[in-house]
Design a protein around this ligand. Structure first.
Ligand code: SF4
Length: 344
């Protein structure tokens, strides 16, 4: 157990490298991570195995997307001096732990997972692979390889944390207490809809990215769907069903109540309202863009963050796997003692 572990609870969370991150990611989890890294021992994972579930034939994009995610993380203030950044596939112990865990979960249990069902539906894949069905087990291995105490999630991810808790309890019950039973840290998650009102995402082409330039933001905001009842600027509106109003609430908190009133009374037109929203989103993104330029010009910072993160995660993972193999009677010390092939 490392020193940090004694004083700070440990957290694992992260992103799939399927493209740059957007303001929906920021509102839903990234802003929270920036706060958490001061209070907890945070491990931030880039979950590249997970893209194989639904992007199997697009792996040539993985490396540039990983770079984008790392630039996004650094630009919004995740700090490799405070937290540990690592790439999932760089830690082979995760795959090994996934294999052990896969013996502890029934097929029926995996098939009941509501999030897997929804994600499969959204993927539009013709059939579900063994790896897709089992990815909550891989996720449990991500969390437990560093023996995390907490997992920050939105409501829609609770099923995965519950699966991880079950696996930790099952392992500890069959063998010996190796894993903490991690708790879900369900924070106040604010959901920002995409420009069309659906969940913001790359595949829906409805996202404003953290890396978008001011012109792109203005152009995208202009296309956003607002209250369909408003034809003329004097029509009385319903801001609570309008995507732009939600952007005002997120990025223009001070003016949002006034905009709500003026919209309800038909005293502001959507064109003006969108222009204001774009300005506020751009004002929010400006410092992030500046930091991005800084980090883009200094690739050694990214490399160093990944190198240090890899070393720390590997050390933790090896410790975990030594405990796991001991508990499972898979150390084979009598047979292998003194030989190079002793694991760990
Ligand atoms: S005035 Fe603003 S809040 Fe009201 S419907 Fe138009 S864009 Fe939405």
């Amino acid at each position: 157990m490392n020193k940090d572990k004694e004083v700070k609870k440990r957290i694992l969370t992260g992103d799939r490298p399927t493209g740059p991150l957007h303001i929906g990611h920021y509102a839903g989890s990234l802003a929270n991570r920036v706060r958490l890294q001061d209070e907890y021992d945070c491990f931030f994972i880039i979950a590249d195995y997970q893209i194989l579930t639904d992007h199997l034939k697009e792996t040539e994009q993985t490396e540039p997307f990983i770079k984008q995610v790392l630039l996004d993380w650094l630009s919004i203030g995740l700090d490799p001096q405070k937290s540990t950044f690592f790439i999932q596939s760089q830690i082979p112990e995760i795959a090994e732990l996934t294999m052990y865990f896969s013996m502890m979960v029934t097929l029926a249990r995996l098939q009941r997972n509501p999030t897997v069902k929804e994600e499969f539906k959204a993927s539009r894949l013709p059939a579900m692979s063994y790896g897709f069905l089992g990815y909550p087990i891989s996720q449990a291995a991500d969390i437990l390889i560093v023996r995390s105490d907490l997992v920050p999630v939105g409501e829609d991810q609770l099923a995965h944390v519950e699966q991880t808790r079950e696996i930790a309890r099952t392992f500890n019950g069959i063998f010996r207490e190796v894993f903490p039973v991690p708790e879900a840290l369900v924070g106040e998650v604010s959901r920002l809809p995409g420009l069309d009102g659906q969940k913001m995402g790359k595949s829906r082409d409805n996202a404003i990215y953290l890396k978008d330039n001011p012109g792109e933001v203005r152009q995208k905001v202009n296309t956003a769907i607002t209250d369909p009842a408003r034809i003329k600027a004097t029509d009385k509106g319903h801001p609570h069903i309008c995507n732009i109003y939600k952007y005002h609430c997120a990025f223009n908190g001070e003016e949002a109540p006034e905009i709500e009133n003026r919209c309800r009374q038909g005293k502001i037109g959507c064109v003006v309202c969108k222009k204001k929203a774009a300005e506020k989103v751009n004002a929010f993104l400006d410092p992030i863009r500046e930091k991005r330029v800084f980090f883009e010009a200094r690739p050694s910072i990214i490399k160093e963050a990944l190198r240090e993160g890899y070393e720390k995660t590997l050390k933790e993972s090896r410790e975990t796997m030594n405990l796991v193999r001991e508990a499972m009677h898979f150390s084979y010390r009598d047979l292998l003692e003194g030989e190079k092939i002793v694991a760990g």
